[in-house]
Design a protein around this ligand. Structure first.
Ligand code: CTP
Ligand code: MG
Length: 238
């Protein structure tokens, strides 16, 4: 059994024009809330058996109702909605613990940011193939820009681009590896922004699945316009 955790419990501070704005994952992209894009792609995928969507406590009922209303029953019945925590790491950990409570916990789990709406079925297939062969993997893309360190608005050392990759999601692992790695990180107060780092911290080798620059993360307001353009291009292709 393969599960997915979709962290969607952030406040989206960098995206907001005003503090009272809704978190970015609930804003519309082509008429559908951002979180529903990757959620419906995961729910429609035959290899994904169960999905935990992690949302802010205050949105639990609204998200549950929207999922039941918008998605077909054979997809919405695969989905569990649960509350997130203060950081992304806490939210993913909550989702994993929820999966651990199932009578039969999954063999593998993939974690995908709700803020990356343009997830494709093909990328899910590649991640499933890698995680079942290697135990742990992350999607990443080669770095094409020159990357330098900077301090006080002045550039410094140039990093060797050939050794660098840009990390995306999905990231996936054997379920027990990722659950235990999160428990260890929490116990040690080891905080980070992604699950590949949590896995590395527990000594696991994380293999790379080459992704696509189209798998954009919506962080700042301009990223939404970029996704709008990409969504129509990708739609024409499919
Ligand atoms: N996330 C989460 N729980 C949190 C923080 C983040 O589930 N406490 C989720 C976000 O909803 C998003 C993903 O983790 O889908 C990646 O995080 P990021 O892009 O940083 O989103 P936010 O933390 O919401 O944005 P910001 O950092 O600008 O506040
Ligand atoms: Mg954040």
């Amino acid at each position: 059994m393969i599960a997915a955790v979709l962290p969607a419990a952030g406040a989206g501070e960098r995206f907001k024009h005003s503090p009272t704005d809704a978190p970015k994952q609930f804003i519309g992209l082509e008429g559908r809330p951002i979180y529903l894009w990757s959620l419906s792609t995961l729910a429609a995928h035959e290899k994904i058996d169960i999905i935990v969507v992690v949302v802010p406590q205050l949105s639990l009922d609204a998200v549950q109702a929207e999922i039941s209303r918008v998605l077909p029953a054979n997809q919405s019945e695969k989905i569990i909605v649960t509350a997130g925590g203060k950081t992304r790491q806490n939210s993913v950990h909550n989702g994993l613990e929820r999966l651990g409570e199932l009578t039969t916990p999954p063999a593998y789990v993939m974690v995908h940011d709700a803020a990356r709406p343009l997830l494709t079925a093909k990328l899910i297939d590649q991640v499933v193939e890698s995680v079942t062969a290697n135990g742990a993997c992350t999607v990443a893309i080669p770095v094409t820009d020159t990357i330098k360190k900077a301090r006080d608005n002045v550039v410094g050392e140039t990093l060797d681009r050939s050794e660098l990759v840009q990390i995306q999601t999905p990231q996936a692992a054997r379920f027990e590896w990722l659950l235990q790695a999160h428990r260890k990180a929490a116990a040690e107060n080891f905080g980070t922004t992604d699950d590949s780092t949590i896995l590395e911290h527990s000594g696991h080798k994380v293999h790379i699945v080459t992704g696509s620059p189209y798998n954009v993360k919506i962080t700042n307001p301009e990223d939404l316009s970029l996704c709008q353009s990409l969504a129509s291009v990708l739609e024409q292709r499919s």
